[in-house]
Write a protein that binds this ligand. Structure first.
Ligand code: SAH
Ligand code: SF4
Ligand code: F3S
Length: 461
């Protein structure tokens, strides 16, 4: 039975996976496929997977079993992304109705994989070439938001933290040239994008293969493109975090005043066991650069509780670090043993209940800090990019340069600001996780001319 040229894609994981799906969608469309939003109408179902935590493999197989019920209708299945790379051909063993298993570095071969699929082949893999220097060609990217877009500047990771699957699922680190990044950024600006997010598992480990620009210089160059109002970059690694990044933010208005710099633990002993290759003091020195900046740069972090061997005293150091840094947001996770990683062979000595308890303590403390820390925005005028409307509450929802959600109202009688526009908002209330305010009276929302229409969405977990 020929494959119907319609597809449905579901995406899990980080922003890099979300952006990969935009590339996969663009490639499929270029190959004559049409995206549908209902899986029952699709000839090809793609599942772009994440493997970072929590028994991801089991979840994928569980979902595949649900898909299996749709078998017999001539549907084809593709498992792509990090679980695909990690589990490889084992996926065919456990789910024989899957036709394609492909990791992120092989998406540029999708056209040939699709031809083979259309010719009736099964068990098609794209798992071999993640060690190449190429990054996926971005020519066919179908960006899902016409105002804010991702650009991957570096793929893979060479850091091999003891707990993490990414080096095994994404392959070795490879950077794009500054020229290629800037061409894409300029093209996006011409298309009406005003907000660019530079992506990499460790974005600041980017090294220009052409040797022209440092990472901080690349940030400034993207920030100085006419039409670009906001530039973010994520995720930064403390090891490669240099002072000139803070200086670039101070000097370039379009660089957002936000840095996501995951610490993982406040204890140098745990950091050593994690192979993070920095200490608490090393990290705090970088914090002092950010705290010393001219701009009020918000700082966010990821943390892991319950890493094997983490003592009460180690955990206490994580808690005291929260107070020392005063983060604007923390994403905290219980340690989750992952296949292939060194930590999986360490004795997972922390009982589940203790991990849960530590996570609760950390989140409670951080919430208190945010409650106090967000109060600094009271009375401020903040520029907001409009993202959606909450009609039930009569509010407009947007985001500040610091990456904070701002819920605001507009003066009765004034026009609702369009999605993707920017306008100043007067902050009248602060909550631990968002700011509340009113649009500055008489302010005219700024909207760049967008030449693209919104594309179907991808789902994030
Ligand atoms: N490259 C980034 C992080 C990428 S993974 C960095 O080095 O900071 C995103 C986050 O998932 C990590 O920061 C970490 O907090 C969390 N994470 C990764 N592996 C994990 C594991 N095995 N268990 C729990 N959390 C994990
Ligand atoms: Fe994972 Fe560490 Fe690489 Fe981050 S730096 S992606 S945590 S191995
Ligand atoms: Fe998940 Fe892979 Fe991203 S494991 S977090 S989708 S790099």
């Amino acid at each position: 039975m020929p494959v119907s040229k319609t597809f449905y894609i579901e995406t899990f994981g980080c922003q890099m996976n979300a952006h990969d799906s935009e590339k996969v969608i663009g490639t499929l469309e270029h190959e004559g496929y049409t995206q549908v939003s209902d899986e029952t109408e699709a000839g090809l179902i793609l599942y772009n997977t994440c493997s970072i935590r929590d028994k991801a493999e089991q979840k994928v197989f569980h979902r595949l079993n649900e898909y299996k019920r749709m078998q017999g209708e001539g549907k084809k299945f593709a498992v792509i992304g990090c679980v695909a790379q990690q589990e490889g051909e084992r996926i065919f063993e456990r789910a024989p109705y899957v036709s394609i298993v492909a990791g992120s570095a092989s998406y540029r071969n999708l056209p040939s994989m699709l031809s083979r699929l259309e010719a009736g082949e099964s068990r098609i893999t794209g798992l071999d070439d993640r060690q190449t220097d190429e990054t996926f060609d971005t020519e066919f990217t179908a960006r899902s938001n016409p105002h804010r877009g991702y650009i991957t500047i570096i793929e893979g990771c060479d850091k091999f933290c003891a707990y993490c699957v990414v080096p095994y699922t994404r392959g070795k680190e490879r950077s794009r040239t500054s020229a290629s990044v800037l061409v894409e950024a300029r093209r996006m600006a011409d298309q009406g994008f005003t907000d660019i997010q530079l992506l990499g598992q460790n974005v600041n480990s980017w090294r220009d293969p052409s040797g022209k620009l440092s990472f901080a210089e690349l940030l400034s160059a993207v920030g100085n493109i006419t039409g670009i109002k906001r530039v973010r970059f994520t995720t930064s690694h403390p090891r490669d975090f240099t002072r000139d990044i803070v200086e670039a933010i101070d000097a370039t208005p379009a660089l957002c005043d936000h840095i996501h710099l995951p610490v993982q633990s406040g204890s140098s002993a745990v950091l050593a066991a994690m192979s993070r290759e920095y200490t608490r003091d090393w990290y705090l020195e970088r914090m002092s650069w950010i705290h010393g900046a001219k701009r009020d740069i918000s700082i966010t972090s990821d943390m892991i509780v319950g890493f094997p061997g983490e003592t009460d005293a180690d955990f206490e150091e994580t808690i005291t670090l929260l107070g020392a840094v005063r983060y604007d947001a923390v994403f905290a996770f219980k340690f989750s043993p992952r296949p292939n990683t060194p930590a999986v062979t360490m004795i997972d000595s922390i009982p589940e209940e203790l991990k849960t308890e530590r996570l609760r303590i950390l989140n409670d403390r951080q919430r208190e800090i945010q409650r106090e820390h967000y109060a600094r925005h009271l009375g401020q005028q903040v520029e907001v990019m409009v993202e959606s409307y909450n009609s039930a509450r009569g509010q407009v929802v947007g985001r500040s340069s610091q990456n904070k959600t701002v819920n605001f109202t507009i003066t009765p009688g004034e026009i609702q600001p369009p999605i993707g526009s920017y306008l100043p908002v007067h902050i009248t209330r602060t909550m631990p996780n968002c700011l509340v305010g009113e649009a500055v009276e008489g302010a005219v929302p700024f909207l760049a001319t967008a030449s693209m229409q919104p594309q179907p969405f991808v789902v994030l977990n």
